[in-house]
Design a protein around this ligand. Sequence first.
Ligand code: C5P
Length: 226
Amino acid sequence: MKKITIAIDGFSSTGKSTLAKQVAKQLGYVYVDTGAMYRAVTLFAMQNNLIDEIDFNKEELIKRLSEIHLSFQFNPQLGFAEMYLNNVNVEKQIRTLEVSNFVSQIAEVSQVRAMLVKQQQQMGKDKGVVMDGRDIGTVVFPNAELKIFMNASPDVRAQRRYDELSEKGQLVSYDRVLENVMQRDYIDTHREDSPLVKADDAIEIDNSYLSREEQFKKVLELVNNI
Ligand code: C5P
């Protein structure tokens, strides 16, 4: 079967990455988590004191973008690739609430987006890729053969993220997680450069009440119909 490009966009904590990983594994495709890349840039800014409690030094970050080297390295034990920032595995560090609280502000910076979009287009140039994010079907691969747009109610999403963080032993309150999910949605949908929006030709899946298995089956059906 001819390889295609699958773009999965949507709001935070809609289970995009779980679904994308499952689909990529089934099809033997490469999976790219673009959110991890924005998170790694945010971690770089935190590590280099470019972020304080409420703000970040945008000019300095832009100047130092060339110091950021991102790569995905496959972990055979886990069965998927992990994020490396300047050759250090940062998979755990980029999933904290501290990073989540700043990532959408960093993702508003056009120079950051331009750098990451270029890398994402390079990673998907041979097709056979499932990429998830916010602007994959609209900006990174506007000609993707299959575009999915995922949604779910904010409280369902916050509960999922809260469970995920609790499982990892991170002590956070549900209210803070809900606040973060809603704040990120707001910034992501209102930013000037590449706002989160459903592409005209994307197929919307609201998974508030769908099981993982049901979503997986639905996407495979869509792939088979292409
Ligand atoms: O997917 P995840 O929730 O890990 O993404 C973290 C943040 O990175 C998003 O809230 C969004 O601000 C940003 N992002 C983006 N464009 C993408 C992927 C993520 O702006 N393609």
